[in-house]
Write a protein that binds this ligand. Sequence first.
Ligand SMILES: [Zn+2]
Length: 448
Amino acid sequence: MRPLLSLVVALAAAPALAQAPAVPPGEHPVLREIVTAVSSERLKDIDTHLVGFGTRHTLSTTTSPTRDIGAARLWVKAQFEQISRDCAGCLEVITPSQVFTGARMPKAGAEVMDVVAIQKGSDPNRYLVMTAHLDSRVSDIMNSSSDAPGADDDGSGTSALIEAARVLSKYKFAATIVYSADSGEEQGLYGGKIIADYAKAHGWNVEANLNNDMIGSTHGSSSVIDNMDAHVFSEGIRDDLTPEQLNRLRYNGGLVDSPSRNVARYIAKLANAYIPNFHLEIMYRTDRFDRGGDHVMFNRNGYPAVRFTEVQENWQRQHQDVRRVDGVQYGDLLKFVDFGYVAKMTAANAIALASMAWAPAPPADVNIAGALTPDTTVSWQAVPNAAGYRIYWRATDAPQWQHSMYVGDVTRYVLKDRVISDWYFGVASVSKDGYESPVVFPGPAGTF
Ligand SMILES: [Zn+2]
């Protein structure tokens, strides 16, 4: 017995073991439960209803009970209200609106209205906003009467929005989750502006906007069929940096580390870990080449924002009059939407929202120091309800964070023998049950 006892004493006395912080769990079975709870049948049912309104053009009527944008808005509102009844009133439903004129709007102006459900979290200061657009169009952008099914653009995103609200309404979160069905996207990103302006006017601290626009096509114009890959777009540089901040960024690096981009990295990491047969690729672009979406309006108001979209776009189906020419079917029809794929996209949104909403807020005032020394010092402000923090680093040409270290409940940490010039660094806050915030890149460029 003697040698064994002395070994125990020696282990207990070892200072390295006594100082190591207990690492919270990194695996979350409840996120798999959320992935499984998303139903492709229900998504198809929602989209079938949306297509059933004939057109959801922003300038179509608001008087018919069965056709046009007004009827579609009322139906979405009723869905949110039904979900709320099933969760003891957990959703507040509002319909913010603004009147717009513009190149794709009547001279006299027209009212554009969003339908928004708000799932209040326990922390009144934190918001996550999921968006999709309810409106649809045909070849002529001003044609508000022809059938514009918009099954993929953006019935798929709106279906994901309602299904995500239903799945996540079964849980309680720290952050508030907002589900916004925008109108006016096709006329000029007006619905995105309405909800981003509403957020700003009400002092919402939006940590991320997850926009979903065309998330259901798996048969591309190039004849490729692919139900596994998806894109998440994000801006690389914040919209609101001063010229001086931009100069430092150009010199020291960090041109690809806006909070939007780090939200995209966060989503891709989760989705690729938790969703089977799915690969979400981080795109180093704000949106598709020369094209836009409602998340841009969040960026414009200083909020991190990303766009989910299918890889296999099909331009015979997008923004087209429903017609048959030489045996080819044109138009955004329900039969072209792959709801198994929409379910994966919906799950990617839902687990990202849940994980961020259970995690503490991203750390503020993240700084690094250590030039001309072998060590790098990372510092940040303490975050309410954080159990600890994880420091990340990666090679300067690596797209995703490569390495990390849990450093416990401190607000400053020295990474020994890790030279500041050789890596990009960031820090995430961690809850006691292991939910992490997105990684925050140091300085104004990375600030949420
Ligand atoms: Zn769209």
